[in-house]
Each structure stands twice: as structure tokens, then as C-alpha cells.
Design a protein around this ligand. Sequence first.
Ligand code: HEC
Ligand code: HEC
Length: 238
Amino acid sequence: MRPVDVPALVKPIHYQVPETNLGFPYNIRLAMMGWNLLFFRNAGFQPDSSKSAEWNRGAYLVEGPEHCAACHTAKNLIGGDSSDYLQGSGNLGEWHAPDITPNPHTGIGSWSEQQVVDYLKLGSNHVAVASGPMAEAVTNSTQHLTDADLRAIAVYLKQVPASTTTLPQPLSMGNAQMKMGENVYSANCTACHNSDGKGIPNLAASLENNPGLLADDASSIITTVLQGGRGAHCWVIN
Ligand code: HEC
Ligand code: HEC
């Protein structure tokens, strides 16, 4: 399939597009012209002939219909995408959209293609659980893609330029905060996540090597612990 082919699964319907209701200064068309000049590329998808058809299909889906960068790329002061493509959002309120480049520490570098496919199809893959805005993305969108499309996304994500984060230095075990954390963890968390943090397959997520936990922004983790996750609703299970 060519990258720009749209499978004939969705029938066109008549739809009245709602009036735009943007706040100042985005409601001024002239200001939007300036913004468009800076950030809007009206070029359509340009396939890269040096890459495989599968890579191009993945690039087309990630950049176009799935707009993964809308959440996973940090924004500059006036809302344009920064150049740190897919390297993680700033803060989305209570949630953080993590680095999804092949960085082995904070990104998906340690994941197999199958783990990326499982995550987007089922909302979890043992080392990560979609619990916030990503659960909505899985529920309303990615679970409905074909397996071939999900694999194309995985192939593409595994090849985007990796972010270059420096690893934080771990605190010593004698550190007072570490001791308190250990106490709280042993008392409240080990029953499900295990004392080694590996969790229970198909039941409780692994906290070991979990990219969400290794991200430099802890919002999603704190929100999950305080409020619980709103897991994805998946119908397409095979
Ligand atoms: C009763 C079992 C249970 C206990 C106790 C428990 N968890 Fe969990 N935890 C889970 C399950 C199940 C999930 C996966 C949630 C889902 O599927 O939506 C999870 C998910 C998480 C996640 C999100 C992982 C990700 O990839 O997004 C974090 C972080 C977490 N737990 C931390 C903790 C901490 C810290 C404690 C102790 C304060 C704790 N949990 C106690 C069962 C438990
Ligand atoms: C509406 C915003 C949004 C969109 C659109 C979105 N994501 Fe996410 N994504 C998030 C957030 C927020 C998280 C982490 C917290 C959570 O579970 O919601 C996440 C988590 C992930 C993770 C888990 C990474 C980890 O380190 O645990 C992967 C992989 C991922 N997204 C891939 C994608 C891909 C691929 C697309 C496009 C097909 C996409 N996302 C679209 C917001 C989004």
C-alpha cells in the first residue's frame, strides 16, 4: 500500500464543521497568518524514497492522521512545535506525554516492535500502561488501526532520531527520602508490583525499566498513584 492510500473502511458523511471558538490572540485571523507562516506546512506528506514503504506508511500515520507530535513534542512559547521531535511534552496539566524516540532510558529504545504494537492496540504491554490522555488516544484511535499500520508506526518510531538525555545520578540508599520511599513502597505497593518492581505479568505493570517512571517529569506517575489510571477501553482483542 502506498503511504497516502486511505483504506476504504470509513464511509464519507455530511458534517457541519463547528464555528472556530479560539481565545485571543488566536481568534485574530491576521495573527494566525503570522503563526501559519512560522509553523504551518501546507505541503501534504512527502514520502522519503530512501526508506521502505512500511517506514513511509508509519511516518504518514504518525505525522498526519494520528498527530502523535501534538502531545509528544514540546511546544515553544507561542504554541508551535519545538525541534525536539517526539522527545516528550512539557506538562499537559496532570499528565506528561513521554519521550517516544528510541532513547533506551526515557524512550521506547528498549521496546520490541511488538511491544509498541501491543501498547497501541491494547493500551498496555507490561512495562507501560496508557492511563491518561494516551488511554483516550488508544480507545478512540490506535486500537482501530490494522496490525500492519500499527507495525508501520513501530518501525517508524524505532528509527526517528533518539533524544540525548543524560542519566540522572541515583540517590544513595541511606538518603532520608529513599528510606521513606522504601517504607511506603514495602507497605503499600509490593503486594502487586513486587519487591523487585517487576510487577505481575498481565496483572500489575512493571515499574522496573518503565520509561514513564524514568522520564524527568513525574506528573503521570503521581497522577496514577493519587487518582488511579483511566485505562483504555479496547474492543479489538485477538
Ligand atoms: C492492588 C494492586 C496494586 C497496588 C497495591 C499498587 N498498584 Fe500500582 N498498579 C497496579 C495495576 C494493576 C496497574 C496497571 C493499571 C492499569 O492497568 O490501568 C498499576 C499501575 C501503576 C503505575 C503506572 C505504570 C505505568 O506504566 O503507567 C504506577 C507508577 C504504579 N502503579 C505505582 C504504584 C505505587 C507507587 C504503589 C504503592 C503506593 C502501587 N502502585 C500500588 C496495581 C497495584
Ligand atoms: C492526546 C495526547 C496524546 C496523543 C495524541 C498521543 N499520545 Fe502517546 N501518550 C500521551 C500521554 C499523556 C502519555 C503518558 C501518560 C498516559 O498514559 O496517558 C502517552 C504515552 C505514550 C507511550 C508510552 C510511553 C512510555 O514511555 O510509557 C507511547 C509508546 C505513546 N504514547 C505513543 C504514541 C503514539 C505512537 C501516538 C500517535 C499514534 C500517540 N502516543 C499519541 C499523550 C498522547
